[in-house]
Design a binder for this molecule. Sequence first.
Ligand code: UFG
Length: 370
Amino acid sequence: MTAFNQTVLLTGGAGYIGSHTFMALSDAGFTPVILDDFSNSHPAVLDRLAHLTGQRVLCERGSVIDTGFVAQVIRRHQCVAVIHFAGFKAVGESVQQPLKYYHNNVGGLVSVLQAMQTAGCQSIVFSSSATVYGDPDNVPITEQCPCAPESPYAHTKLMCEDILTSLRASDPAWRVGILRYFNPVGAHPSGLIGEDPDGIPNNLMPYVTQVAVGRRDKLNVFGNDYPTPDGTGIRDYLHVTDLAEGHVAAVRALLARHDSFTVNLGTGEGTSVLGVLHAFERASGRPIPFEFAPRRAGDVAEYFADVSLAKTLLNWRALRTIDDMCRDSWHWQQSNPDGYRNMAPHDLNVLQTNSLLSNHDGSRQPAASA
Ligand code: UFG
């Protein structure tokens, strides 16, 4: 089946994983369209995507909560599938502000599904998370492991999965691909797109890159008394380009077949915090100052995926190593010490300002002036 001319809507497509998936879909011959409200992303990413693809980037600015708008966008672009990324993802914030998370993550999905129904598009890939497993009894984690979410954020992901399962049961015309991500890190090898968290990063890799570039003094390693070989927590880090390619495989599987699936996306290998730190030192050629700090509340010792189902169902597996992840994260951070913010005007001029941003009222403007 050819992807030629098949348009896929990416809600939250200007974000970290969305923008890399935009690239992977485009490389695979699909036409991706972004819908984003830029609440946690920067319009400058659009010019970079235009530069990388050599094509006009289509982006509709608005919220997933606005069902009528989403339906209009799906119709206007004749989307054959939707990948729903848009959602909040800070575990700690979800504990402080649960309603914000339930409203945006659960309400957002319901709105997108209603819009899809109205517009006659019934294929969806949903961005879920390994966080739904909570503190697992065994590793590697298979999709059959019981789900035991521990934070409001994790609950929103599992509730969304349940909504999708009910919808599919009510009408088998729906095709639903649920992807449970492990720990996405890294950046596009060009160094033009990458992760750009607001404020102090919650996650390990962006924190390490900011220490390496001198924005932060040192890394706090949360816990060195876990029952792991070096005492620090083990996670399944996954290159964001591999993850993006997993979405392409999921869209292909949904469009080719009438079945639905829930799969883990990870490498199947665990790396400790110190393992990541040393890999990053090798990639950057710089020492990363660190000190041991108490365990972070809610963290588990060891967490990695069984990835056999993704291989069987999607014919997908992660290809990139932890060294590739660190090299690309470092390249992105070094080329963009302030992320997408504070880009000098000449930076934008160097890139083709070729992307179009549609506002909710239908007016259009070059993304660089947004
Ligand atoms: N860590 C540190 N210092 C830091 C940040 C993290 O030592 O400054 C450690 C953590 O304690 C943990 C490891 O690095 O052992 C990874 O932590 P991250 O915050 O990068 O990632 P988590 O595994 O805690 O969580 C991530 C996402 C969640 C998602 C989960 C799924 O943030 O949204 O992966 O596996 F649900």
